[in-house]
Design a binder for this molecule. Sequence first.
Ligand code: GDP
Length: 443
Amino acid sequence: MAFEGLSSRLQNVFGKLRGKGKVSEDDVNEAMREVRLALLEADVNFKVVKDFIAKVKERTIGLEVSKSFTPGMVVVDIVNKELTELMGGSNTKLAKANKPPTVILMAGLQGAGKTTSSAKLAKLLLKDKHKPLMIAGDIYRPAAIKQLQVLGEQIGVPVFTLGDQTSPVEIARQGLQLAKDNGHDYVIIDTAGRLHIDEALMTELRQIHEATNPDEVLLVVDAMTGQEAVNVAQSFHSQLELTGVILTKLDGDTRGGAALSVKAVTGCPIKFAATGEKIEPLEPFHPERMASRILGMGDMLSLIEKAQSSIDAEKAAEMERKMRTAEFTFEDFLEQMEQVRKLGPLDQLLDMMPGMGKMKDMKNLKVDEKQIGRVEAIVKSMTKEEKRKPEILNHSRRKRIATGSGTSVAEVNRLIKQFDDMKKMMKQFSSMMGPKGPKGGMK
Ligand code: GDP
């Protein structure tokens, strides 16, 4: 996952401080030396690191520590706040035109993820009940238009194109007119990228800018390229006034330098973070959540939001009741699995939970999506009665299920055993919780 190296190094540094009742100036200096190295290794801009350390040190001098916190915790808190500030403080929302449509111009180098991010942004807008239109303005890269059309079809967003023989400026102009005529409230203009920044690219972008007067100019940069992403952002920003950055490929093995330096170097906020090649709604970038994620404090807020938007509250309450009373059947098991699956790839979820980022290193926790598919197949091959009364699953029934699901009897046995164990655990848990919550002894 992104930031893994940085995250584990910072957690080590602070682990040492947290354990201490008192923290001396030497301790803080030593910790800051290590933080500095960790940031530089994560490819954070040199000057940004210097300013960052100076700010943290300034705030730790003469620290007033209240009784309820150890000085170590206070230092962690200061670093958390400064990291948040570094990335822009709080989430910067997408602009909205006074008079629709809101025009969003997408810019960036080839391969940064412009086309993919355009579709992800459109999907986010759809989710928020808007009516976006995408304009295919990249007439140079073979198949770029087709790619946008395919994505548009997949998510149900129309794509305006005039093929690759009309100038992008004209395409943008006509697309915008169509959006106005058809009542689209957002327009996303995908533009051409180049391998490097060149004059022709900038001129074209400036012309499209002039013709469409965008409310947002979003630069798409690839987080995996580290400092290069920051340089690209700086060059674009000096020639074309950017209003925000979309940082892509945060799912990859990025060291995190770009996320931590873009705002500080260019003054331009990261508005969205993109992960994965699948078209999921683009996620608004929250500096405060990212900072606590880096510091291993988890990102429970994002997790809760995700859960709220994808899990059916009524179903969840019913499930909770069933778990408490241990009337849990294979049907519930399958349903629960589907709910969890809606949340997205499990390893991404683990990243968001406090302390879980580290646990994932344990190989046995590797979440295998294929395995989930097999479990699903097994449960779906059971009859209604079997799902409700798993105790009737004798050998011949198990054999039939294995054949029906294309798995083996051993796999079916394993799943039934897991299910039984889970039920036992629930029983124990519910007797521990009692009707009024945890009994003494549990913290
Ligand atoms: P463009 O040239 O800027 O339009 O870039 P594309 O949208 O075509 O993306 C280039 C490649 O990066 C494609 O293979 C995408 O699937 C992939 N890609 C885009 N965004 C992400 C992301 O957030 N994570 C990952 N892992 N891949 C991405």
